[in-house]
Design a protein around this ligand. Sequence first.
Ligand code: NAD
Ligand code: ZN
Length: 363
Amino acid sequence: MQPDGIRIDITTPSRAYAVTIAHGLLETLPKQLDDLQLPARRFIVTSPLVWRLHGTRVARIFPGAEPIVIPDGERFKNMQTMSRVHDALVRMNADRASTVVTLGGGVIGDMAGFAAATYLRGVALVHAPTTLLAQVDSAIGGKVGVNHALGKNLIGAFYQPHAVMIDPSVLATLPRREFRAGLYEVIKYGMTSSASLFDRIARERTAIFAKEPPALIPVIAESCRIKAAIVSSDEQESGPRRILNFGHTAGHALEAVTKYRRYRHGEAVAYGMLVAAEVARGRGALGETDRKALGDLISSLGPLPPVADVPSTAVVDATKHDKKMVDGRLHFVLPTAIGATAIVDDVTGKELKDALGRVGFQK
Ligand SMILES: NC(=O)c1ccc[n+]([C@@H]2O[C@H](COP(=O)([O-])OP(=O)(O)OC[C@H]3O[C@@H](n4cnc5c(N)ncnc54)[C@H](O)[C@@H]3O)[C@@H](O)[C@H]2O)c1
Ligand SMILES: [Zn+2]
């Protein structure tokens, strides 16, 4: 590992903590937790697949740690699966002197984070994210929770972790489709906040896909920096943090309509960004050159699962259960250029339906 790695600080009213990024960081995880003086009894919440791929290594590094294995994947992200973490903690007599370490993608992080937030009204939490999506996005910022059958992430809390430990070397086993799903969230940061990050993905695509550390680590670090700055300025999403919902209105609706089975979260967000760009273009808020650049970058990463049989009206209806609804009006993040957005609350059902049609949803 690089001696110290990259460190990004996050300061929120509820907690200050650091994100550390270093190739091979997992090897020193117990020492890092000791240095932070986190409670000594450590429970690793992980999934069968992640534990099969990385468990031997983690068990060797972390001899005394106690694994709790629960299923991941979006359709298992619910109260029943989450309560299995509580069950295990109770059975193993976990007390306040416990640290929950999440080792997995965003689903494990969100569920086990919610379990840590609620067990004994909160025990120490460390995220060791193992998907690109979790490394660039979900492990940072303290949103934890589960889905409801009628809507995405409707049950949850804000609970900041005590540390985020990112080891890009674990991505070696991540399938290409999952890797792409994470890159769509990186494109989200590019579109909302950084034209240079957007250009970097386009320019270094091949090396990023090859997971070459000199190409990949700066992309992860820049994404974390953007998220860290936004979360530090607005922990509970009353202002600036809302721009990170770019692509998530139609995206979450698409996930709910297809019962969390057909698309990876990142893929749904990719469609959501295309839809938001079409809405913006339809209003004259986004130029055609920038809309096309977004479309081209998304398609250059590879194919998205089709949407031609998903009715636009079902997606429009599903947005009504969106958390971003305030007083009956849906807050919608529209891109206005690469690296810039505007938040509006007057997007009509018809505008949304027309945009979905233009992106290829069933009219
Ligand atoms: N809390 C937040 O702020 C936030 C932000 C963005 C997304 N999310 C949530 O994150 C979730 C999506 O996360 P995700 O895309 O990581 O999905 P995921 O957790 O379901 O992981 C995807 C798949 O990759 C596998 N996997 C994980 N690590 C692996 C590795 N190193 N090698 C091989 N396979 C591996 C998992 O077993 C799973 O099958 C969604 O539920 C979304 O709502 C939360
Ligand atoms: Zn997301």
